[in-house]
Design a protein around this ligand. Structure first.
Ligand SMILES: Cc1cc2nc3c(=O)[nH]c(=O)nc-3n(C[C@H](O)[C@H](O)[C@H](O)COP(=O)(O)OP(=O)(O)OC[C@H]3O[C@@H](n4cnc5c(N)ncnc54)[C@H](O)[C@@H]3O)c2cc1C
Length: 450
């Protein structure tokens, strides 16, 4: 900062304009501006984040999940002249895929946990742990809790959030209470730790789980989780009933396999109830209401329908007609309709591809190529993401089934649909081993292998 900068800045603050300076930061509202006036430290949000100087056109990626990690690696592969910065609010990566098997002690937490530093060191990009507060597309600037970062390209891969009002929980305090007491286990790793503790300490009674409706994250995972929890209860000889309330009219995926598992393997534990649209939750009395019934429970995992990250809505780029609040993007190129510098990928995307880690990983390799091509004035033809999903059904040894699918675009309807699909809905030990080998391969690609 030059002396002139300092003088003009001091004058600016003396003039009582601190509040105005901070409102320029997207994501902060009027209440925050009062705090800024009383607590000038907030003004650091307006300063540049302390980062190494960019070595080329900077691509900023928001979110170090399956999508962001893959993009960070492949962007530099397709265009080594890019300077890539990956930002995530978490200090470490914990995998959701295979976490259901971890709940049933089939892998260690080490298997799921990986360091962002290893990924960045091995793939020659920079990682910054920070929460992104917003961004300004005109000045091409991202605002984080550690200061601002300028970009040439911005990729938003911040994943999903729960949409509690869609199960009748509108009050913010009640949403927080529900999230802490009965976390869904689909957004953050603390939820998973709480869930594991719950199921290994459950002493008997009704344990309630649900499957949300809409385009929720990982179609098979709630059914898989019911199997893994039943396996734990069976092993611990707990007298428990798992009430699986499905907000859909039927099992959404691997139907024959899961139906068989619910009756043949876990008939004494799992009670599956389709078309159970949750309309209210009485947290204190541990009671859930559906359109037709009420259910009491002793403990629960409540997984509400999901929506794209609020970062997208707060930036005013969401499609208001979309219940998922995803942005309006070019369906083959992933950029905002009016901005070829901003891309949205992974589970926040608007395309109806399955919300899965494998989908996000294969899609991100393609989007990295699209962005690299844009910078070089080239074009890339569209290719479908691939969805691959293993589901654990039984334990010791782990037994799993799987599905692989692609997507095609129907020009007449203007919609994407499933294309070639390969389903194995008989679980076995080979499937269990393949599921772990698949995950290891994914972690190797995102974190270790150059
Ligand atoms: C129990 C479970 C089992 C699953 N099983 C499978 C499976 O077998 N196979 C499969 O393919 N998929 C599976 N999935 C789905 C898979 O985990 C997701 O589809 C995948 O994580 C999506 O990747 P993403 O990068 O879009 O989002 P995420 O992986 O959620 O990453 C988003 C990242 O953005 C960060 N972030 C968000 N907002 C901000 C912000 N404002 N500032 C900074 N950082 C931010 C978050 O911290 C997070 O790290 C499973 C999911 C669950 C929960």
């Amino acid at each position: 900062m030059t002396t002139n900068d300092k003088i003009s800045r001091r004058k600016f603050l003396q003039a009582g304009s601190a509040a105005v300076a901070v409102t320029a930061c997207p994501g902060l509202n009027a209440a925050d501006t009062v705090a800024a006036a009383e607590f000038p430290g907030i003004n650091r949000l307006q300063r540049k984040a302390a980062l190494p100087a960019a070595r080329g056109a900077r691509v900023v990626i928001v979110g170090g999940g399956w999508s962001g990690l893959t993009l960070a690696k492949y962007l530099r592969r397709f265009n080594p002249a890019f300077d890539v910065l990956l930002i995530d609010r978490q200090s470490a990566f914990v995998s959701f895929p295979v976490s259901n098997a971890w709940l049933a002690d089939q892998v260690e937490l080490d298997f799921l946990s990986h360091s962002f530093f290893d990924a960045a060191n091995n793939h020659d990009y920079y990682f910054m742990q920070a929460t992104v507060l917003g961004f300004d597309r005109q000045s091409r600037r991202v605002y984080t809790e550690r200061g601002t970062v300028d970009y040439e390209y911005l990729v938003l891969a911040p994943g999903i959030e729960y949409d509690y009002p869609r199960i009748g929980v509108d009050d913010i305090e009640a949403q927080n209470l529900l999230f802490h007491r009965y976390p869904g286990g689909f957004v953050s790793s603390s939820e998973l730790l709480t869930i594991k503790r719950k199921i290994h300490r459950f002493n008997g009674g009704t344990f309630l789980l649900n499957v949300p409706n809409g385009d929720y994250r990982c179609a098979a995972a709630p059914y898989e989780r019911a199997c893994m929890i039943a396996a734990v209860f069976k092993q611990r000889r707990v007298r428990a009933r798992i009430l699986l309330l499905d907000m859909n009219s039927d099992i959404k995926i691997k139907k024959a396999g899961f139906s068989r598992a619910f009756t043949d393997v876990y008939g004494d534990y799992i009670e599956y109830l389709p078309s159970s649209e949750i309309s209210a939750v009485d947290i204190e009395n541990r009671r859930i209401e559906t359109d037709f019934d009420e259910y009491d429970f002793d403990d629960a995992i409540i997984y509400p329908p999901v929506r794209a990250s609020r970062l997208i809505e707060q930036a005013g780029i969401d499609n208001p007609e979309d219940p998922q609040k995803a942005p309006a993007t070019e369906p083959f190129k992933y950029h905002l309709l009016d901005d070829e510098r901003v891309y949205v990928t992974g589970d926040s995307r608007s395309q109806p591809f399955s919300k899965g880690g494998h989908t996000a990983h294969s899609e991100a390799q393609y989007v990295a190529e699209v962005i690299a091509a844009h910078a070089l004035g080239r074009e890339v033809s569209w290719r479908s993401p691939q969805t691959m999903c293993f589901s654990a059904v039984d334990i010791d040894p782990l037994r799993a089934m799987s599905i692989i699918t692609y997507y095609k675009y129907n020009r007449d309807s203007g919609l994407f649909a499933f294309d070639r699909t390969h389903l194995i809905d008989r679980w076995d030990v080979q499937g269990g081993q393949a599921s772990l080998a698949w995950a290891e391969g994914m972690y190797r690609d995102m974190f270790y292998q150059s």
